[in-house]
Design a protein around this ligand. Structure first.
Ligand code: NAP
Length: 257
């Protein structure tokens, strides 16, 4: 899809990958509806890109709040007429090893990373189905591959997001609505800045945004990167359980060096 003159709704626009996506999408002469909770960051971003885009509006919204999400989507449609591309990128990552175990953290992770995506799709679907057009790009992660120790809540939430998006992709194909699953490896952002463990093949958020935009333009089913991490996670997926357990116990990703 040529993104010129398209209306793009982007969640998690205030920081990291989302912020970089917004800055680069602004160069495409599209209209942007930017969603996040931190208003000041959204306002700064709006000021930065206002001269470049054909239209930009910010929407302060917690993706876990279904009523607010419904209102935001209606406001975006009222303002811009439609949503051509929804990039559902908002997400949280928390440590969830046995020393950090907490049901509230699990709720936050699942409600943001899974229900947050579902809330937006729920609000967007009637209009997309009516128009039989559009792209939904949900941001999952290569962490969906297996249950990495210390990151159980995050991995499980991303696995749920990936499986949900896959099912939606097949279902919406006959309505000419494309569903794309974005699966980054490690990307340097405020989310990963707090990690104390090694993050192999980490790339910067600017590069990640470039890859994601190119993948959306090509309407790829899965946008996954970087290649070495993709290959390693594919290998880990087919690894027999005893071998996976052995490797992970020897070098758990959450282990402090
Ligand atoms: N960085 C990586 O290595 C990596 C790897 C794979 C996948 N990902 C995924 O990529 C996406 C972006 O992550 P990032 O690395 O760019 O992290 P980030 O810099 O922490 O950005 C996360 C974004 O999500 C928004 N957000 C979080 N909770 C929200 C909520 N309840 N309601 C609305 N917005 C919310 C934040 O905005 P506010 O706080 O202003 O609301 C922020 O804009 C996430 O889905 C993440 O899981 C990241």
């Amino acid at each position: 899809m040529n993104l010129e003159n398209k209306v793009i709704l982007l969640t998690g626009a205030s920081s990291g990958i989302g912020r970089n996506l917004a800055v680069q999408l602004a160069e495409k002469n599209c209209s942007l509806a930017l969603v996040a909770r931190r208003e000041e960051l959204l306002n700064n971003l709006k000021k930065e890109i206002a001269g470049k885009v054909s239209g930009v509006e910010i929407y302060v919204c917690d993706v876990t709040d279904k009523d607010k999400v419904n209102t935001v989507v209606q406001d975006v449609i009222n303002k811009f007429g439609r949503v051509d591309v929804a990039i559902l990128n908002a997400g949280v990552g928390v440590k969830s090893g046995i020393n950090d175990f907490d049901t509230e953290k699990a709720k936050e992770v699942f409600e943001t990373n899974v229900i947050g995506i579902i809330n937006f799709i729920n609000a967007l679907l009637p209009d997309l189905l009516k128009r039989k057009a559009g792209i939904i790009a949900g941001v999952s992660s290569l962490a969906d591959a297996r249950g990495f120790p210390g990151s159980g809540f995050y991995c499980a939430s991303k696995a749920a997001a990936t499986i949900f998006l896959e099912s939606l992709r097949v279902e919406l194909k006959s309505y000419n609505i494309k569903v794309i699953t974005v699966k980054p490896g490690y990307v340097r952002t405020p989310m990963t800045d707090k990690n104390k463990f090694p993050m192999p093949f980490i790339i910067n958020a600017d590069k990640a945004a470039k890859i994601i935009i190119k993948g959306i333009e090509k309407e790829k089913r899965i946008i996954q990167f970087p290649l070495p991490t993709v290959l390693i996670t594919k290998l880990l997926q087919i690894l027999p359980d005893p071998l996976f357990d052995f490797i992970m116990q020897k070098e758990p990703p959450g282990k402090k060096k």
